[in-house]
Design a protein around this ligand. Structure first.
Ligand SMILES: *Cc1c(COP(=O)(O)O)cnc(C)c1O
Length: 431
């Protein structure tokens, strides 16, 4: 199977974290998200351990909450001693409602509102990652009014193309996030911030992309960012103590995907940081990393029930399931590929190739095309694998579909951590 926590029992049923998915489908209905708590915790520990091992523990792993955010997840992150990234007051509110230590929260986003900044500052959020000049002014004013000092980092576009691994002069300037390094914009905003009264510049931040399999662009980003820290020291006499290297580590969606081990990342990036600091005679910065997909993605699956199998001779076979773009818009958004299994025939060979279609009124509402699958029939349960990241968090009520529940499994036990929405939930705010 795609991940080790997925096994098959003697009835040919797919198990996740030791729990029979067919029992879950019967008891909780479909569609349903199932997350394996054991995998989530294990992933957190791997990232944390890699910082201990290769960077003397001088860093914080912040889980990017936008990937999969609910109270149960925030509780797990707190118990694992993780930091947290949030990008909206909704995510922040979720974390605060669980008693998450706010000094370990980083607030991101390219357009934080005044209300959000006020909310974050009044709850003592640890770092605000400032995106642009207007936001910097806005933050300084609001912090002044609240008699607070805002600890900030800047979101910098380091000019790294994660797919060509080159430092490109133009490519990455074209991004809505952050201030560009190569145009001098990043340097200018730093210069401005260190004269301001109500903000304290702690660090610089970059996030070069997502689902990246290659470690070299991360090494390059670290080098380039340390160059900026050295320039600020040399020309402004100011010490930037923290370097946030973002997330973006790739995961396995298909059998042929081959992402590097998580600790390989830190091993190589820490070596680059150490070497570059020596070259510039810099003290080693405190490091943040922000894995999102790599923590939650491999832990989750989605269960659906087949409603119909429509064979169009010489064209394709559409298998209609009871979910789709409302619970997983990623195929419609960017043709993301997934692996699927007929969960009640998981021991059978995949002898069919199908298009998994959702139930929404959009031709583009597909879960995947040309997917190898055990021959499906009406009533079969289909598991789509590695859906733990950017599925539940991107779900919508399109077609007024109630959102599916989230079931958390761990070592053979299951509990519902997000209830299925009801039809009354769907009309709750209608006046
Ligand atoms: C989305 C995001 C992450 C997480 O990215 P993954 O690819 O899911 O690891 C980390 N940092 C920032 C700033 C992000 O926006």
């Amino acid at each position: 199977m795609l991940t080790d926590n997925l096994t098959i029992n003697e009835n040919g049923h797919l198990l996740i974290g030791g729990v029979d998915t067919i029992t879950l489908a019967k008891e909780c209905g479909t569609p349903a998200y199932v997350m394996d708590e054991g995998v989530i915790r294990e992933n957190c520990r791997r990232f944390k351990k890699s910082i201990d091992e290769y960077y003397d523990g001088k860093g914080l792993v912040c889980y990017a909450n936008k990937v999969f955010c609910c109270k149960a997840m925030c509780n797990i992150m707190r118990e694992e001693g993780m930091g947290l990234d949030v990008v909206s007051s909704g995510e922040l509110y979720t974390a605060i409602s669980t008693g998450f230590p706010t000094d370990k929260i980083c607030f991101h986003g390219n357009n934080k509102t005044k209300d959000e900044i006020t909310f974050a500052l009044s709850h003592g959020v640890g770092r605000i990652i400032v995106d642009n000049f207007e936001e910097l002014e806005r933050l300084d004013k609001i912090a002044g009014k609240l008699h607070k000092k805002a600890n900030i980092m800047f979101r910098v576009k380091p000019g790294i193309d994660a797919h060509t691994h080159s430092f490109v002069q133009t490519g990455q300037i074209d991004s809505k996030f952050g201030v560009a390094l190569e145009t001098g914009e990043a340097f200018e905003i730093i210069k401005k911030a260190i004269t301001m009264e109500n903000v304290v510049l702690k660090g610089v931040h970059c996030h070069i992309g997502s689902q990246i399999f290659d470690i070299s662009p991360f090494e390059l980003a670290a080098k380039v960012m340390l160059g900026l820290i050295a320039k600020v020291r040399d020309e402004l006499g100011y010490t930037i103590e923290e370097l946030n290297l973002g997330g973006g580590f790739g995961i396995k969606y298909l059998e042929e995907d081959n992402p590097p081990e998580y600790d390989e990342y830190m091993k190589r990036v820490a070596a680059t940081v150490n070497k570059t600091c020596e070259e510039y005679s810099l003290d080693r910065p405190f490091i943040y990393i922000e894995p999102g997909r790599s923590i939650a993605g491999p832990a989750g699956i989605t269960l659906y029930t087949v409603g119909s199998v429509k064979e169009i001779p010489n064209v394709r076979t559409y298998v209609a399931v009871d979910g789709g773009m409302a619970d997983n818009p990623r195929y419609a958004l960017y043709q993301s590929e997934y692996t699927a299994v007929v969960a009640n025939k998981a021991d059978k060979p995949k002898d069919a190739v199908v298009t998994l279609a959702g139930r929404c009124c959009e031709s583009g509402d597909l879960v995947g095309e040309n997917m190898p699958l055990q021959t499906p029939e009406e009533g079969d349960v289909i598991a789509v694998l590695a859906t733990g990241a950017y599925n539940y968090s991107m779900s919508s009520n399109y077609n007024r579909l109630p959102k599916p529940p989230v079931i958390m499994v761990n070592n053979g036990n299951a509990k519902i951590v997000v209830k299925r929405e009801t039809l009354d939930d769907v009309i709750r705010n209608d006046l």
